[in-house]
Design a protein around this ligand. Structure first.
Ligand SMILES: Nc1nc2c(ncn2[C@@H]2O[C@H](COP(=O)(O)OP(=O)(O)O)[C@@H](O)[C@H]2O)c(=O)[nH]1
Ligand SMILES: [Mg+2]
Length: 197
């Protein structure tokens, strides 16, 4: 999984690239570390733009991985509570993609480990599951917590997730794109589910 290219960036629903390989989508709140995670998964820096400022466009990026798999980067959410127009655009695009993209096999939901899984993530996960799409949960930026705080947070998060969904516990990962920890585990789980080999 190393040759990758940006296949397309789409701004309008329905105008998705025609592909024949399984697709994995990444979604999470703006600034949760989605682009950094994607770069870490691809093993290449700078493929996905990392930014300290939340993005202001609602677009989906499609990355082609050696013609075996496509990874898409859904627009981040939660960036503009007051910006109704942008939120509507996000909803129209993302819901169309989730409901109509046949190739979509797996969703990776990312959240900053310090914030954890909140209402938006729960709604998204239920949306994917209702559509029969498998879900992995990735808690990012673990390097931001002390060892003991991370242990506590891990236990709390796993308990919360087990309460919400049965059999989800083994689909939860804790990563740091900075320290490159937990990335291989997610990659393995991803490849196991979409069988890229
Ligand atoms: N310490 C630390 N910072 C991270 C990590 N991942 C992302 N960041 C930082 O968080 C900010 C947002 O990252 P980005 O990948 O652009 O998030 P996105 O908006 O979800 O795509 C940037 O300043 C990154 O450098 C991580 O694993 N550890
Ligand atoms: Mg990003």
């Amino acid at each position: 999984m190393n040759k990758s290219i940006l296949l397309a960036t789409i701004f309008e629903k329905g105008s998705y690239p025609k592909t024949t390989v399984p697709e994995v989508t990444l979604c999470g709140r703006s600034n949760c570390g989605k682009s950094s995670f994607l770069n870490a998964i691809l093993g290449i820096k700078g493929v996905a733009k990392v930014s300290s400022k939340p993005g202001k466009t609602a677009s989906i990026n499609f990355y082609n991985l050696s013609n075996k798999l496509v990874i898409t980067d859904l627009p981040g959410y939660g960036y503009a509570k007051a910006n109704w127009e942008l939120r509507e655009k996000w909803k129209i695009l993302v819901e169309d993609y989730i409901f109509n993209r046949e190739q979509l096999k797996l969703a990776i939901i990312l959240a900053d480990v310090r914030r954890g899984i909140e209402e938006e993530e729960i709604d998204l996960i239920n949306l994917f599951m209702g559509r029969g799409i498998k879900v992995l949960i990735v808690l990012t930026k673990t390097d931001k917590l002390s060892h003991s705080a991370l242990l506590r947070t891990k236990a709390d998060t796993l308990a919360q997730i087990s309460n919400l969904w049965q059999d989800m516990k083994h689909r939860v990962f804790f990563t740091s794109s900075l320290k490159k920890t937990g990335i291989t585990e997610v990659k393995k789980a991803l490849e196991g589910i979409v069988k890229t080999k």
